[in-house]
Ligand binder design. Sequence first.
Ligand code: FAD
Length: 307
Amino acid sequence: EFDVLVVGGGPAGAAAAIYAARKGLSTGVVAERFGGQVADTMSIENFISVSATEGPKLVAQLEEHVNDYQVDVMKNQRASALTQGDKLELTLENGATLKAKSLVIATGARWRTMNVLGEQEYKGRGVAYCPHCDGPLFKGKSVAVIGGGNSGIEAAIDLANLVEHVTVLEFADSLKADEVLIKKAHSLNNVTIITHAQTTEVLGDGKKVTGLTYIDRQSNQQHQLELAGIFVQIGLIPNTEWLEGSGIALTPFGEVAIDAKGATSIPGVFAAGDVTTEPYKQIIIAMGGGATASLGAFDYLIRHQST
Ligand code: FAD
């Protein structure tokens, strides 16, 4: 039985594990893939105090830091259910169960992809999902934003400040963003908005993105855009499918609802990072959340020592 069992091995999970272990608590980490989304990231320039690094390098450093402590890291293990009886019980996909006095959920999120030719090939080489992270890489260049919801239009407004030109491609016949954002986007002279646009292929030269093709769903005509970058903003999906039936409160978007101490609706269960309602999904924010969740768990444990 663990004092603190962390589910997820991204920046939030790693921070939670280190904070728990440093309190002398017996700590375990269950992670399908250690490093999480960071493992898929090429360059990272906004992890404060480190001017520039790369995803795989940061993942190795995260792992090394976790391994400085007595943490039982169970890699390549997927949690499939959480039940609460006498103790909290985590069921793994391989059938095993783990018991814990407190739990930190840090299973992150995944970007919805377009599922078109070239998208996977050019991920991190022009295909991007995070304007806060990768916007400055496209200074003076032309980019597209796929998706005309709030995140797409926010991204377009943000990028318009940094890049030469932004083309927004929306599949539907109108934008789904808030009116105030749409107005702002329309007021910018380096933003073009195209509706009825179905992106069909990401084009590249073998090394990086050079453009995309889309079909105008009204005229059925194919068009081509020359671009250096494509920001896909069609949704961030929290990895909470495994929590269905656990009784934990999720928002309509599937995010785990947390309070200022990272506590969820189940006593002793905390959560951190992209899987939660915490706004702005970033490495530094996920790490802060992981620290908060474990300190919250520690606080909980010292008040429930006998159980
Ligand atoms: P994640 O990193 O998503 O980690 C989730 C962990 O949970 C993983 O270990 C995963 O395997 C595990 N997991 C999921 N489900 C289960 C399950 N059922 N059982 C067990 N384990 C499970 N942020 C920045 O600050 N700067 C950047 O430059 C930057 N660039 C990015 C580039 C890309 C391409 C992407 C996709 C994201 C980028 N981000 C960047 C965002 C950043 O990576 C995330 O905000 C951050 O990784 C969130 O951390 P997390 O620990 O909450 O979740």
